[in-house]
Ligand binder design. Structure first.
Ligand SMILES: Nc1ncnc2c1ncn2[C@@H]1O[C@H](COP(=O)(O)OP(=O)(O)OP(=O)(O)O)[C@@H](O)[C@H]1O
Length: 306
């Protein structure tokens, strides 16, 4: 059950697939409600794609369950796929086909008669439907895969690193599309390495590391966990070297006068420490999401699950 008591559109419980030598997914649980975007974050090889492939019904779980709209993803694959849009990390569109013939084929397989959304999406992303897929750039192939995933207005969207290869303008259009689909009521699972994209698109995030979900939390909680970073400019390189020597961080040579102090939780402690140095200036900035996530990947935060 989700927080408001409804059945989640995506439900993964205790999912385990052990590929040996620590690879695979282990006891993964997550839920996504209709009208919600869950970010799925983790380093390379963490298990994001394996989880999504279970949700597509491509893989039989060794333990646990993967369900979409109450259907078992493996046993009831046709029912699941009728409601799903999947944007794979690496698309394997048929290279000899034009975008149009590939998308027509996909639409036919879904029993889609109305092609107006297909044309609309191609237009939004500036995709030439007459072009042969094999001759396209990576970004344009990604656009074909985006149109294929979204054109049927599915109830559930699985988006595996969806903006890879897209230029900044197209990334922006893609995020607008995700926002519209969420507003329409789609449940969206979005895996990404782009931290700012997750910050913008997602309501909650699940962090996966070595096949296990380390933490699930809301974006607001993520933001409140952010520390601040400071750049301290000392009055001289010598003064800076004295600081670095005392803090054991890196070689204390060179002419630079500034140091970066990351992830400061207690600014008063920093000020007290700096009071015995000759400081020229201090500037502060919010820790980037990337810094926070790296901190979490490295195990800097206790495990927590919703
Ligand atoms: N069919 C398979 N046989 C053996 N090992 C596999 C198979 N599929 C995935 N793995 C392993 O499972 C682990 C998780 O892979 P997965 O592709 O889910 O990672 P990911 O989180 O999507 O990573 P990335 O960010 O690099 O896409 C990896 O160690 C991978 O090598």
């Amino acid at each position: 059950m989700t927080a408001n008591g409804t059945t989640p559109a995506i439900s993964v419980r205790g999912l385990t697939k052990d590929y040996g030598r620590g690879r695979g997914v282990f006891d993964v649980s997550l839920e996504v409600a209709a009208g919600e975007v869950l970010g799925f974050l983790g380093p390379n090889g963490a298990g994001k794609t394996v989880t999504m492939r279970h949700l597509m019904g491509f893989v039989r779980p060794q333990k646990g369950t993967a369900e979409v709209l109450g259907y078992d993803c493996f046993r009831e694959r046709p029912s699941v796929q009728a409601h799903l849009g999947y944007l794979p990390g690496e698309s394997s569109c048929m290279r000899e086909m034009t975008a149009q013939s590939f998308l027509d084929l996909m639409a036919g397989m879904r029993g889609m008669r109305d092609r107006s959304r297909m044309l609309e999406l191609a237009d939004i992303f500036g995709l030439d439907l007459r072009a042969r897929i094999g001759g396209m750039s990576k970004g344009n192939r990604q656009k074909v895969a985006i149109v294929a995933a979204f054109m049927a207005r599915p109830d559930v969207l699985l988006l595996d690193e969806p903006t890879s290869g897209l230029d900044p303008l197209m990334q922006e259009r893609f995020l607008d599309l995700v926002e519209q689909e969420r507003a329409r009521g789609a449940a969206i699972l979005l895996s990404s390495h782009i931290f700012e994209e997750v910050g913008r698109a997602c309501d909650r995030v699940a962090f996966i590391r070595a096949g296990r979900v380390a933490m699930t939390c809301t974006m607001d909680e993520v933001r409140s966990m952010r520390g601040r970073g400071y750049t301290v400019e000392f009055s001289s390189a010598r003064e800076r070297a004295r600081w670095q020597l005392a803090h054991g961080d890196g070689p204390a040579e060179g002419e630079a006068r500034s140091v970066e102090i990351r992830d400061v939780r207690d600014v008063n402690a920093l000020i007290r420490e700096l009071s015995s140095y000759d400081v020229a200036a201090i500037t502060s900035r919010e820790q980037t999401l990337e810094e926070l996530f790296l901190h979490l990947y490295e195990g800097g935060e206790p495990s927590r699950q919703n």
